[in-house]
Design a binder for this molecule. Structure first.
Ligand code: MLT
Length: 386
């Protein structure tokens, strides 16, 4: 029986993917797997019993990725599962910035029930007027699952869309509309676009990436959208850009105490993935990936280990976490060979200093054999999956 600790409410349709061999636990100390949405695990003492953590969502800045990798704990996310939900809210964000929709709603609320509201609003409405997004230039920074959908949707609404992503995947390139113009120089994107939307993960490298240089290049009156993570934008520079009128609006799904008080900020309470569809998709994908790893040792969509899969398990498998150095696989093969155990399938990938090797065995390895493999210098976690 595998025990799963959920740190947030996870959609029922996802939890229903667990078989009778799984049970939920409230106690992390006895968990084999973890499901999490936005709760921070940075301060949690994650025990060695945990095999994997699945994040029902894309961003993983709430999980100590390196610490987990060093312990052989695989962390998964669910890329693309909530991309449509976020895309729809980004489009909504542009429309909220183009006209003062929120101000207009507030006006009606303040005058509700007044008999002559139909007349007075005709005078008031000029205060909430604005522009259309059709024909405007949109710059999309980061063309992952969400960025691609935003770019394509904005293009179909008549915007002129520019995309920047030095790490564009082949898959994303296939999905991107041919109308999207490829930009190699981020400075050009900042200088040319009326709307700029950021879709990159928050990492030490991307923290504060929309900073003084970016704001100094932006057009006067530009709109910046951040539906990714608060710390991507330098708040000091943002405050100045809004105060000087350089930036027309900052639309964000990640307000902080400071940005929530700034004039010119349209802030939403992290609603991007809060749709029934996104929550269901993320939960189903997270649970399936967790099960595939626990039952088969397959690693798909991990953010701290490279992908390794041998498909459905036929017999016994070894999942070996080791340092990414020479001669380890030869030693494992030697131990198995001495026991007459054939390696029927193998997949091994390194990422940085660490590596994961998955082996399908012809028949079971003995306890002594497994102990010898676990004791190889450089091996730090061994799973015998049967
Ligand atoms: C994400 O990173 O995909 C979102 O933050 C998901 C969520 O709202 O939980």
């Amino acid at each position: 029986m595998s025990k799963i600790k959920c740190y947030n409410q996870i959609a029922q349709v996802g939890l229903a993917q667990f078989s009778a061999d799984y049970t939920l636990t409230d106690d992390i100390a006895e968990a084999d797997g973890v499901l999490v949405r936005s709760a921070s695990l940075h301060e949690v003492d994650i025990p060695d019993s945990v095999l994997a953590i699945a994040r029902a969502g894309a961003g993983v800045n709430n999980i100590p990725l390196d610490k987990c990798a060093e312990k052989g704990i695989v962390v998964f996310n669910t890329p693309g599962a909530n991309a449509n939900g976020v895309k729809e809210l980004v489009i909504c964000g542009m429309l909220l910035a183009a006209r003062d929709v929120a101000g207009g709603i507030e006006w009606v609320h303040a005058h509700k029930g007044e008999p002559d509201i139909g007349k007075t609003m005709e005078k008031a409405k000029k205060n909430y007027a604005g522009t259309e997004i059709q024909g405007k230039k949109l710059g999309v920074i980061g063309l992952g699952a969400i960025g691609v959908l935003v770019a394509n949707a904005a293009s179909s609404l008549g915007m002129e869309v520019y995309g920047y992503d030095p790490f564009l995947s082949v898959n994303a390139a296939w999905l991107l509309s041919r109308k999207i113009k490829h930009v190699e120089d981020l400075g050009e994107l900042y200088a040319d676009c009326d709307y700029i939307t950021v879709h990159v993960p928050l990492t030490p490298e991307t923290k504060g990436m929309v900073g003084a240089d970016a704001f100094s290049r932006m057009k006067d009156g530009a709109v910046l959208l951040n539906f990714s993570r608060d710390a991507l934008v330098d708040e000091d520079v943002l405050a100045d850009a809004l105060a000087e009128g350089k930036l027309h609006r900052y639309v964000t799904d990640f307000p902080t105490a400071r940005t929530s008080e700034m004039d010119g900020v349209i802030a939403l309470p992290h609603l991007g993935a809060s749709t029934e569809e996104s929550e269901d998709n993320c939960a189903v994908m997270a649970v399936r990936q967790l099960r595939d790893y626990i039952e088969n040792g397959n690693v798909v969509n991990s953010v701290n280990y490279a992908g390794v899969t041998l498909g459905p398990r036929k017999g016994e498998r070894l999942g070996i976490f080791h340092h990414n150095v020479k001669n380890i696989i030869a030693q494992i093969a030697g131990i198995l060979g001495a026991e007459g155990v054939n390696i029927e399938g193998m997949s091994s990938k390194g990422s940085g200093d660490l590596a994961y090797t998955l082996m399908e065995l012809g028949h079971s390895v003995s306890e002594e054999g497994a102990a010898k493999i676990a004791a190889i210098d450089g091996v730090f976690r061994l799973r015998v999956i049967r």
